[in-house]
Design a binder for this molecule. Structure first.
Ligand code: ADP
Ligand code: MG
Length: 225
């Protein structure tokens, strides 16, 4: 057996997580669920991290890739922002728990002084820059507003400042980043928090292996409530 087979035949529970923003909030949740990584995900170059529990390992992936790993069963469980889940669509995922971490709002923001209501009232076509193309398209379609979508991968705040777009759709928590870039939030699209997601097939067919981990997260949430 080669190393790849050894890793892919792991018979414990694999949890997909991302580093960065969401991890700061995730680490205490893991701990309350009794799961402690044996290396620091922030600094380790390892992408598969063993934990204090031989039957639980972590895989570290890009935030927007968490639903994909879980959907295809490469991970059994994942922690993903509602923003990412809305964009992914949620197919193949069971979402049992709102973890109430990484809370923020997905919002439409405009340059300070831009008459958003007026532009919409006039039926103006809006150029919207975002990394949330699917969610943004759905939002404006529901409002009956015509948009040209400009897909970006980060630093959305820059788009209106450089004339790339009229408005942006981005996550907002304190609003300080918007303020620093002379932008203001004008419309909420969704309230965001991180969710525990589970591969639907694993949940149905292998409940005995998966449920105790989900229950451990749930118990940890109740302890902190
Ligand atoms: P990436 O740069 O790969 O998109 P981030 O670390 O910026 O990853 O974001 C990961 C997740 O953290 C997002 O999908 C979102 O759910 C959450 N998040 C991002 N920004 C904020 C914020 N300002 N406040 C709270 N949660 C946030
Ligand atoms: Mg980011």
């Amino acid at each position: 057996m080669n190393a790849g087979e050894a890793l892919s035949s792991y018979d414990g529970v694999t949890i997909a997580l991302s580093k960065g923003r969401i991890f700061d909030d995730t680490a205490p949740l893991l701990k309350r669920a009794g799961i402690v990584p044996l290396a620091d995900p922030e600094s380790s170059r390892q992408l598969i991290l063993p934990t204090n529990r031989p039957d639980v390992r972590l895989v570290i992936v890009r935030a927007s890739d968490v639903p994909t790993y879980v959907q295809y069963g490469a991970a059994d469980i994942g922690i993903a922002g509602k923003d990412v889940l809305m964009e992914h669509g949620g197919g193949g995922l069971y979402q049992p728990l709102d973890l109430r971490i990484a809370q923020c709002r997905l919002m439409v923001a405009v340059p300070r002084g831009f008459d958003y209501a007026g532009a919409i009232g006039r039926g103006a076509r809006l150029r919207v820059a975002t990394k949330y193309a699917v969610t943004t398209r759905n939002h404006f379609a529901e409002k009956g507003v015509h948009v040209d979508l400009i897909k970006l991968y980060g630093s959305m705040e820059l788009a209106p400042l450089t004339g790339l777009a009229d408005v942006i759709v981005d996550l907002v928590s304190s609003g300080n980043t918007l303020k620093a870039n002379h932008l203001e939030a004008v419309e909420e699209i969704a309230r965001i928090s991180a969710r525990l997601v589970v591969n639907v097939a694993a949940w149905k067919l292998d409940r005995a292996r998966i449920a105790p981990i989900v229950e451990a997260f749930e118990a940890g949430l109740e302890d902190s409530a």
